[in-house]
Design a protein around this ligand. Structure first.
Ligand code: ADP
Length: 687
């Protein structure tokens, strides 16, 4: 047999076999689960097996009226077309590609198609397309992609609220048409809630739905239930029977659910170490998207990662807070240390001795000036008792200081004496302030001691000078006074009125001079403790009357009125007390130039005798009312005119009264006159 004959025989045999087997092939094609489509060179569908209906919802006849291009997703069209054109050039070749095809219901299905160019095959003359459903594979890929994206995003997220917002924006539309995440705090209260919807204008509705059902006891699923139970929820098909109980309680819930078109629902808790920290809900409104158990498993994995990240963010936040707190404490410490050094430097460089001690009197700090003043170096003084520098006869002073400090009583600045290392004494002025701990408890005291030896020496020299000068002045003035008296008598006899007039004026001025000299001498004697006081009982009211009588002759401007006078008897130096009354009346007249009277009262007040001298003059502001009793002090306000005087009358008066165990007080307001009171123990009380 020729080769041609042989070839014809074998082809014939094949055709025979094919013809015999055609029903078999047809049955095979029709029953295969894969979809088989035949297209012509233009892409028109010429044949499709019955599996097409299961995949795309079209009957084979229906689909044959369509162009294959119409069934391909617009995004996949250009790539599929390119493959198609390329394949036309390659007879008998095949290509496998993945793309989306439209279901008759409108949604898109992922498929894998193997296209074979059999256009040149005379028996087929078509492109044979074998398609199978890869939705599951695609979903698995999509899930993996989503997990990766979420993981990446979570890893880089440090801001809690931002992370939540980003997560909801990823979950919609990949896994839900709308979703919600709620986070709860340690008190089980919702601390954050975020929602998203494929149509942003419906986000408000999603939130509203939650507000409507969150407190309903009848709601058997949803965020509050998951937060309470910590269990996942799945309702594949949300029917009206499921909504009914909640709707009965609150009809708005039903209205909103219908408006949103809720179809399928699932929700998962966010768990950290077994504790619920929040929950995520997923809702679908698309007819083909019904959540399955597989979906629930997948979103549980997402929830696990989200919970972990939120936990990390929380831990990170706590760490940040701790770090900031630590930084702040360190900064405060640094500032305290700086302040400590600065204060230390000030204390060290101070010219005054600054000494710190505990309430038990133990010396705790000792600056350089203290070293210089007391002669002890710091290392010798610190740790010792403060009596180290206190003269034995003044120990009681220290006890009183400590007592006052413990009681929180303010210690007034005072002058005293301290002992140096070499045993000599030093006059110091002391300021003592309490040292408190951070809770405000007094734990010690700081003493500032200023050496006043020089100042005291100056004062002594000044006093000596005043004493000497007044002694020196006293003799000539006494003799002038004597001769004036002599002359006065002579001219009286001659009745020389003009000479008498001038001489009386001279005598009055001499009286003033004598008083001044006597006052200065008194001060010196008081300083040195040489002033003698007579001790005798006398009637204070009678004395007051006498003084007033005498003073009346000396003033033409004021009437001195003894308003009240009770007989009161006191004990002491009558002349010295009289000197006080003269001082007070002189001042009352001097400091009330525009008034015309001075009132005096004498009486008893409890155990005391009281003399009050009241004027209606310039008055004394409260700030000066203590100071006017100090030596040489005069109120020197710029707007007040100056009055003659040395500022010693009240000082002397106070010294005298105190030597009589009494006191002198003033009540006054600026511009409203003044009332001075001399208070002395009544005689029968003294006995
Ligand atoms: P002086 O010689 O200055 O009057 P005093 O010791 O008597 O000295 O008084 C001290 C200061 O007290 C006076 O300078 C004056 O400023 C004030 N003073 C005393 N008495 C009165 C008074 N009656 N009214 C107003 N100020 C007075």
């Amino acid at each position: 047999m020729s080769t041609d004959a042989m070839k014809n025989t074998s082809e014939d045999q094949i055709i025979d076999t094919f013809t015999q087997n055609e029903p078999l092939f047809r049955a095979l094609i029709e029953n295969t689960s894969d979809v088989i489509i035949l297209c012509n060179i233009e892409g028109h569908i010429m044949y499709a097996n019955s599996s097409i209906e299961r995949l795309l919802g079209y009957a084979p006849d229906e689909i044959c009226t369509l162009h294959s291009c119409e069934l391909v997703h617009p995004d996949d069209r250009s790539s599929t077309r390119e493959q198609f054109v390329a394949l036309l050039e390659q007879p008998a070749e095949s290509v496998t590609i993945q793309y989306r095809m439209r279901h008759k219901n409108g949604f898109w299905c992922w498929v894998e198609g193997t296209w074979k160019n059999l256009l040149a095959d005379p028996a087929i003359q078509a492109l044979v397309i074998n398609i199978h459903d890869i939705a599951d594979r695609k979903q698995a890929e999509e899930h993996q992609r989503l997990l990766n994206t979420i993981s990446q995003m979570l890893v880089s997220s440090l801001d809690h609220d931002m992370a939540l917002r980003e997560i909801v924006s990823l979950l919609v539309p990949s896994l839900a048409d709308y979703c919600r995440i709620a986070i709860i705090d340690d008190q089980q209260q919702i601390s954050a809630i975020v929602a998203n919807h494929i149509e942003p204008e419906k986000i408000a509705l999603v939130r509203e739905l939650y507000e409507q059902y969150k407190d309903l006891i009848s709601s058997t699923f949803g965020l509050p239930t998951i937060l309470k139970s910590g269990k996942p929820e799945l309702i594949s098909n949300v029917t009206s029977e499921i909504i009914a109980p909640v709707e009965q309680d609150n009809p708005t819930v039903g209205t909103i659910v219908r408006a949103l078109g809720l179809q399928s629902y699932m929700g998962v808790p966010l768990l950290v170490r077994g504790k619920v920290i929040g929950a995520i809900t997923f809702s679908s409104v698309q007819p083909h998207r019904y959540y399955t158990q597989d979906d629930l498993v997948f979103v549980q994995e997402i929830a696990r990662r989200v919970a972990l990240t939120l936990d990390h963010i929380r831990l990170y936040g706590n760490l940040q807070k701790e770090l900031t707190e630590r930084k702040r404490t360190e900064e405060a410490l640094r500032l305290r240390e700086e302040e400590h050094y600065r204060l230390g430097a000030i204390v060290e460089s101070s010219n005054d001795a600054i000494v710190g001690k505990t309430l038990q009197g133990i010396i705790t700090s000792w600056n350089q000036a203290a070293e210089r003043l007391f002669g002890y170096p710091a290392q010798e003084a610190i740790g010792q008792h403060i009596t180290l520098i206190i003269p034995t006869h003044l120990y009681s002073e220290e006890e009183e200081i400590i007592h006052k400090l413990r009681q929180g009583i303010h210690i007034k600045h005072f002058e005293t004496v301290r002992r140096r290392k070499d045993g000599t004494y030093v006059e110091v002025s002391l300021s003592i302030s309490p040292i408190k701990d951070s809770s405000g408890k007094i734990i010690g005291a700081s003493k500032i001691a200023r050496d006043i030896t020089e100042q005291k020496e100056l004062e002594r020299r000044k006093d000596e000078f005043i004493s000497m000068a007044s002694h020196e002045l006293k003799t000539p003035v006494t003799s002038i006074k004597g001769f004036t008296q002599l002359l006065l008598r002579r001219f009286q006899q001659r009745d020389d009125r003009e000479a008498l007039h001038f001489l009386s004026r001279m005598d009055a001025q001499l009286n003033k001079l004598v008083k001044l000299i006597n006052d200065l001498l008194d001060i010196s004697r008081m300083q040195t403790g040489q002033l003698e006081y007579r001790q005798e009982p006398f009637e204070l009211d009678v004395l007051a009357q006498e003084v007033i009588e005498n003073m009346r002759g000396m003033t033409q401007t004021h009437s001195l009125i003894l308003e009240n006078s009770e007989p009161v008897c006191v004990f002491g130096d009558r002349d010295r007390i009289g000197q006080i009354l003269i001082n007070l009346l002189t001042n009352a007249i001097k400091y009330s130039p525009h008034a015309d009277k001075v009132l005096v009262q004498v009486g008893a007040d409890g155990k005391n005798a009281v003399v009050r001298v009241q004027d209606f003059g310039i008055g004394i502001a409260p700030a000066y009312q203590k100071k006017i009793f100090e030596r040489f002090y005069q109120v020197g306000e710029p707007e007040v005119k100056t009055y003659p005087g040395l500022g010693i009358g009240l000082y002397i008066s106070k010294q005298i009264v105190e030597r009589h165990h009494g006191r002198i007080e003033v009540q006054s307001r600026k511009g409203e006159g003044a009332t001075f009171s001399v208070i002395l123990p009544l005689l029968h009380e003294e006995k």
